[in-house]
Design a protein around this ligand. Structure first.
Ligand SMILES: Cc1cc2nc3c(=O)[nH]c(=O)nc-3n(C[C@H](O)[C@H](O)[C@H](O)COP(=O)(O)OP(=O)(O)OC[C@H]3O[C@@H](n4cnc5c(N)ncnc54)[C@H](O)[C@@H]3O)c2cc1C
Length: 644
């Protein structure tokens, strides 16, 4: 019988090579209870069983319905509620009965208390079957986990004997764990998508401490749910402009009024979309709608980032599902379709496509597992530091240090996963269409659906450009903070690039390209700002950089090349992770295979990285003319600027 877990050798490898001890120790220590496992081995066996059962269900009960899911659209009813497509409703009901929505929620609230990384594997398998199902599914357990996290963060969680006995959102979490209810992440407005500082939805505090929300939110996935996490402007823009004036709110879709259950805000409409047809993207109209503050006033953006970090890693797994689907369909077709006397899989160009797809899936999966683990460990450690703070000062400091290290690692990988996942799942769907030739364009074959479903992945949860800007900012800041460390890393990478094992040399070469890219960007930013960095001692860069910034102009060179730098960072991270896995597999039956995958990835992407670096280093006028106001056609620029 088909099974999306057991049929996937690379996924099995990742599962087998997870650092389960670290993850389980922290997951179980965070929520100790009598129903816990007798040992970590027992826990791993349980996760494997659950994923095997889910893999079978998804392959046999969801994947065969993907065409039907594409044909059915949600609709808005006369009573203002949304009618979900029938097939989606049936699937969600079945997943709820299997306990899938509560996979990573605490046992006391109806969940199975599995690590989030187990949930991530489930997300990948669901996306491989149908992206709209994964998307809607994610807003059950995902919103419940976020509410749990918020309750811990704001200190409204009760702990007895080291275990959570009550959270502020017990009722909501338990309802979402059953699959009967779900929520949404409500940010976007007509004038505020990437630029959340433009949010206008207004929140006003009431005498009884509750709040009222007014404003419109658009494109809200699963916006027909019950439990919404909404970001709105709570502070006066003249004293708290931009992101500083935002707060986070819990807003139920229904409230009790005069003994009756009524809608708290209206669903203004359901969008007709290019793909992911069975999933809902709703407009929500808030008008004096009841809401409760989450966390501190004015800290809404930070709160939203907590939710978004997890969501962006989840998008990485969503992309993997699409890529796996595209790859498998392409291999199957290429083996069977014969042209010019042989199956097209034997034609060099098609073989090249398929080889690229194979290694890229392995690369993205390797960094996605790493990021999911870092994020989970960091988040749970942070929660435990609040709920079970160590009495010993030294131990507390050590744990805080470890938590920050994990968080830094997660923060480094998260935008890369979102970027590379979003961009590559679209390219994979496009390659799959090309490999299928004419039939790829025909609806019946189900290949064009992959492309339609994929095209929004580089847009939602922060566009690719926003991810690139985040990666740029973090990397620039870390060099400016410690330029000495940067130059020693560069020297070490250059040395490693010419000595030792060929796989290690390729990893080091990738590192050199990344560091050279960062250096070129920094020196150009500095030259634009300071005239020239020559003569400024390296250790004085920080002071020079921090003085009198005009962010609209001074970072122009970096912003122009942010996406190129992001590509370099992605390829380096994937190559490095694959090489680490190859080393970890030494002495096991997987040794040869893992080394071969790592080398195939590195040999493909090292020359490509060299090419991208050349573009960043390009001194001609092609890119120069785009600097400043970003207007390449010269409109709005002075003649002398263009001449320069
Ligand atoms: C199907 C679907 C589901 C969605 N689900 C949700 C949801 O559940 N909740 C929610 O709140 N929102 C949701 N969204 C909204 C989505 O997150 C936004 O559309 C997205 O963040 C982009 O915002 P925007 O559409 O306003 O584009 P804009 O921000 O206007 O961006 C337009 C283009 O300009 C680029 N750009 C913007 N600023 C910069 C810059 N500084 N430098 C370089 N390039 C830049 C962007 O990358 C993009 O290419 C969904 C959207 C869709 C289509």
């Amino acid at each position: 019988m088909a099974n999306f877990f057991t049929d996937n050798e690379d996924l099995q490898f990742q599962f087998d090579n997870m650092d389960w001890d670290t993850v389980i120790d922290i997951v179980e220590a965070g929520f100790p209870d009598e129903e816990g496992y007798a040992s970590n081995e027992e826990a791993v066996a349980f996760f494997r069983d659950v994923l095997t059962q889910m893999g079978e269900f998804i392959a046999n009960e969801i994947a065969p319905h993907s065409k039907e899911l594409d044909e059915q659209h949600p609709e808005i009813l006369d009573n203002g509620e949304v009618k979900e497509p029938e097939r989606m409703e049936k699937i969600m009901k079945a997943l709820g009965e299997l306990g899938a929505m509560g996979l990573s929620l605490p046992r006391r609230l109806g969940g199975m208390n599995a690590p989030l990384v187990v949930n991530s594997m489930l997300l990948e398998m669901l996306a491989r079957a149908d992206v709209s199902v994964m998307s809607h599914f994610g807003f059950h357990g995902g919103i419940a986990s976020a509410l749990l996290l918020y309750s811990i963060e704001e200190g409204s969680t009760e702990i007895t004997n080291g275990g959570i006995t009550k959270t502020r959102f017990d009722e909501q979490i338990a309802a979402m764990a059953t699959g009967q209810e779900w929520g949404a992440m409500v940010l976007t407005e007509p004038g505020a998508g990437s630029d959340l500082a433009q949010i206008r939805a207004k929140a006003v505090e009431q005498e009884d401490g509750s709040w009222r929300l007014t404003g419109q939110k658009i494109f809200i996935t699963s916006g027909h749910g019950e439990h919404h996490i909404v970001i709105a402007r709570s502070e006066d823009p003249s004293t708290h402009p931009g992101l500083k004036g935002l707060s986070l709110f819990y807003c139920p879709a229904h409230i009790e009024k005069d003994g009756e259950k009524v809608r708290n805000f209206a669903i203004g409409g359901v969008e007709g979309k290019m793909g992911q047809h069975s999933a809902v993207a709703a407009t929500l109209d808030f008008e004096d709608s009841y809401a409760e503050l989450i966390g501190q006033r004015g800290h809404g953006f930070l709160g939203m980032l907590l939710l978004m970090n997890n969501a962006r890693i989840a998008v990485g797994f969503e992309s993997l599902g699409i890529m796996e689907n595209a790859y498998r369909k392409s291999v199957a077709y290429a083996e069977e379709r014969v042209t010019m006397g042989k199956p097209i899989v034997q034609h060099e160009m098609i073989a090249d496509y398929l080889d690229e797809m194979d290694v890229l899936i392995a690369g993205l999966r390797a960094i996605s597992f790493k990021a999911a683990t870092y994020e989970e460990v960091a988040t749970r450690m942070k929660g435990m530091l609040k709920t079970q703070p160590p009495q010993d000062d030294k131990e507390r400091r050590e744990r805080e240090k470890k938590m920050r290290r994990m968080k830094r690692k997660a923060r480094h990988l998260t935008p890369l996963i979102k970027y590379v996942g979003g961009e590559e799942c679209v390219r994979f769907a496009r390659m799959a269409m090309q490999i299928h030739g004419g039939i790829g364009y025909i609806v019946e074959a189900g290949i064009e659906k992959l492309l339609r479903d994929a095209l929004v992945i580089p847009v939602y949860e922060g566009t690719s450009q926003i991810q690139a800007l985040m990666a740029l900012k973090d990397n620039m800041q870390s060099v400016i903070r410690n330029p000495g460390r940067f130059f020693s890393m560069q020297a070490a990478a250059r040395l490693d690039a010419v000595r030792g094992d060929p796989m290690d040399r390729l990893v080091a070469k990738m590192r050199v390209h990344v560091l050279n890219g960062i250096q070129t960007i920094l020196t150009n930013i500095a030259a634009d700002k300071l005239g020239d960095l020559r003569g400024v001692p390296v250790l004085n860069w920080r002071a020079a950089f921090m003085k009198d910034w005009d962010p609209g102009k001074d970072f122009s060179f970096g912003m122009l090349h942010a996406e190129r730098l992001c590509q370099l960072l992605c390829w380096e991270a994937m190559g490095k992770a694959l090489a680490e896995q190859a080393k970890a597999a030494q002495g096991t039956p997987q040794e040869e295979k893992r080394r071969e995958i790592a080398l195939r990835f590195l040999e493909r992407y090292e020359p490509r990285a060299r090419g991208v670096l050349l573009q960043i280093e390009e001194k001609g006028s092609v890119f120069r003319r785009l600097l400043g106001n970003g207007n390449g056609n010269g409109k709005g620029k002075k003649k002398e600027d263009l001449a320069a």
